[in-house]
Design a protein. Structure first.
Length: 333
């Protein structure tokens, strides 16, 4: 962990500081009102489209905040991270901006589009096993051998603070928002967003959504303690989560009001729905939030203002086309 990393729990001030720090480098994505979806989803729908962010995903926010806080010596040594794609592309992009070597340990079965996104931006890709613990060990081995600086995708307060700027922007653009719905993978995104929202306005409800195939936080909430599970493959590959990690868990436990799960068919249908009504290319990882509303997993009122965080749009375009046409996609039950 960086010598300059924050060692104490995340605060609203950390997120506000991150907002100012990363402002010159990231897009302030709009909060889009999607009236055509109100009847289908049962509320007043707003989309926060982070596929319009640099590198096509929210991850750039956390990566920039983290790297901007590194020492010059840490930057010189290079940065390393484990990622299924979007964090890799973001770190490679940030590395290019500051002339830093970036090394991504990625699962061998990562969609080719995500691997290409990282390489195109100057990242160095190390393909490894999908098992998260195996990738963590590989990262640790590389750090021990080469002295790289770790930029963790979600278990780092500096990264969380950068992601939390999404929450600040939602509140700034729509102060009377009632519910914010966020995908949960490792938990860094929703930790940052929920801290920003709950410490600004505790009355706003924060709901997390996981894929039923890989839902460590959902099971942990049911059991009242951190719980491990055996994950199954999911088209929402960016939010696979077999167990909660140390830093996000207590934040999520404190600030996230509800956690729900959705199935593969529900996710696939929502990819199509977002494209059809909002004209946005959302990858399945993003689409779980709409899937949860469409399936009635989140109770809402007809006039309730609900913001859906669409995290990313980096996916194999041919597979996205299959979702749009209703064709069979491998992995959808």
């Amino acid at each position: 962990m960086s010598e300059t990393s924050k060692k104490a729990p995340l605060t609203l001030q950390d997120v506000k500081d991150a907002q100012q720090r990363i402002k010159p480098y990231v897009n302030r994505t709009p909060l889009l009102r999607e009236r055509d979806l109100d009847e289908l989803l049962g509320c007043e729908v707003y989309f926060k489209p982070e596929m319009l962010q640099v590198t096509g995903a929210f991850k750039a926010r956390g990566a920039f905040n983290k790297v901007l806080m590194l020492t010059e010596e840490e930057r010189k040594r290079g940065i390393i991270f484990s990622s299924s794609g979007n964090h890799a592309a973001a770190c490679a992009y940030v590395g290019g901006v500051f002339g830093i070597q970036a090394y991504a340990v990625m699962p061998k079965d990562t969609p080719q589009a995500k691997i290409d996104n990282c390489i195109r931006r100057g990242g160095n890709v190390i393909l490894w096993e999908r098992d998260y613990r195996s990738r963590v060990k590989k990262v640790a081995d590389e750090i021990a051998e080469h002295g790289y600086t770790l930029v963790h995708g979600f278990d780092d307060y500096d990264v969380m603070a950068g992601q939390g700027t999404i929450g600040l922007e939602i509140l700034e653009d729509q102060p009377d928002i009632k519910t914010v719905v966020v995908p949960i993978g490792g938990g860094g995104l929703i930790s940052g967003i929920s801290t920003a929202i709950k410490e600004s306005n505790p009355a706003v409800r924060v709901v997390g959504v996981q894929a039923a195939a890989s839902c460590g936080y959902y099971l942990s909430r049911l059991n009242g303690r951190p719980t491990k599970m055996t994950s199954q493959p999911t088209i929402a590959d960016g939010i696979e989560c077999s167990y909660p990690t140390e830093n996000p868990y207590p934040i999520i436990d404190k600030y996230v009001d509800e956690i729900v799960i959705v199935g593969e068919k529900e996710i696939a249908e929502s990819v199509k729905l977002i494209g059809q009504y909002a004209h946005l290319v959302a990858e399945p990882t993003s689409s779980v939030v709409v899937a949860a509303l469409l399936a009635g997993k989140i109770e809402t009122g007809r006039t309730e203002k609900v913001a859906c965080v669409l995290t990313s749009g980096n996916y194999d375009i041919d597979l996205v086309g299959k979702f749009y046409k209703g064709e069979e996609v491998e992995g959808v039950d």
